[in-house]
Design a protein around this ligand. Structure first.
Ligand code: SAM
Length: 286
């Protein structure tokens, strides 16, 4: 193990957030990212890519439960799920808690993220990575959706914030390809950053979704390691039925898969679409 140190995440000009590394478990550069893995006394085991926190064992449940359960329960009859990115496996774990899900295809660009997460985040991804319904393909998610003729009920875009590697995953062309990959009634949910700090990027993603889908919305989650207020999860679908599902319907559908959740409840699901005005304004002006 290397010496104790602080790892600072420079979020934007003028904001830097630091985590003390009780231990540095890994530090390498892959073909796509700088990959760091540290232990922190508050957030547990943390994965950083290019200096940005991706996942922490203590609070991963917030992001992964909300990204998986909201669209799957709203849809009500999901069989096939596509995850773009998400190489840590935390999202696949939540998706696979739904017994009606028959297949999860994960398209992740960086094999090292999957391998490192397999050996260090077994506390939340071991079941998913051993599940026969889960399959990983190492490829660029944008190229995958452009070329595939497979169809899915839900597509989850669990990407890094826009970078050279991931910028294509926030564009209209990408969402149009995702739209083609969705069966009727299908839903896409995409990580769209923290609007307080990333307003321009948030608006851009919402605009791109709105050019492709007739129903576009966004819901929020409070993820402790994502600094700057609520995280926004963008929603795109054709038709509003899933988006408008009432709390009794959600709660009936959630009864099995969501018994042991720590963040998701059907009430939180509905409430998450009630947006603070500054986010609602940005969404509606998009
Ligand atoms: N929840 C996280 C966040 O926003 O902080 C995202 C976590 S997950 C580890 C992000 C993954 O997206 C990374 O493993 C990265 O390799 C992957 N990724 C980035 N660009 C991609 C692309 N073009 N195609 C597929 N995967 C991509």
């Amino acid at each position: 193990m290397m010496a104790r140190r602080w790892v600072a995440e420079t979020l934007f000009d003028g904001v830097r957030l630091a985590f003390e590394a009780d231990a540095v478990l890994h530090d390498s550069t892959t073909g796509h990212h700088r990959l760091e893995l540290i232990e922190n006394s508050v957030f547990g085991r943390m994965l950083l890519l290019d200096g940005a926190v991706q996942v922490a064992s203590a609070d991963e449940f917030v992001y992964h439960e909300m990204m998986a359960h909201v669209p799957i329960i709203a849809h009500g009859a999901v069989r096939d799920v596509l995850i773009i990115g998400g190489g840590d496996g935390g999202l696949a774990e939540e998706v696979l808690k739904h017994r009606q899900v028959e297949s999860v295809l994960q398209v992740e660009i960086d094999a090292s993220v999957v391998e490192l997460s397999r050996s260090h985040f077994g506390m939340f991804n071991a079941a998913a990575f051993a599940d026969p319904r889960w399959r990983v393909e190492i490829a660029d998610g944008a190229a995958f959706v452009r070329g595939t003729d497979r169809r899915f009920d839900v597509v989850l875009v669990d990407s890094t914030d826009p970078s050279d590697t991931s910028a294509a995953l926030f564009t209209e062309a990408f969402y149009a390809d995702v739209g083609r990959c969705l069966r009727p009634g299908g839903i896409v949910v995409a990580q769209c950053g923290v609007p307080f700090l990333q307003e321009a990027g948030f608006r851009g993603s919402m605009q791109a979704l709105a050019r492709v889908f007739d129903t576009v919305s966004c819901y929020i989650a409070a993820v402790p390691t994502y600094f700057g207020g609520h995280l926004a999860l963008g929603w795109g679908s054709h038709g509003r039925a899933a988006l408008d599902a009432d709390v009794d319907t959600l709660s009936r559908r959630a009864a099995n898969a969501c018994r042991d959740t720590r963040y998701y409840t059907s009430e939180v699901h509905r409430a998450a679409f009630a947006l603070p005005r500054y986010i609602d304004t940005a969404l509606n002006e998009a």
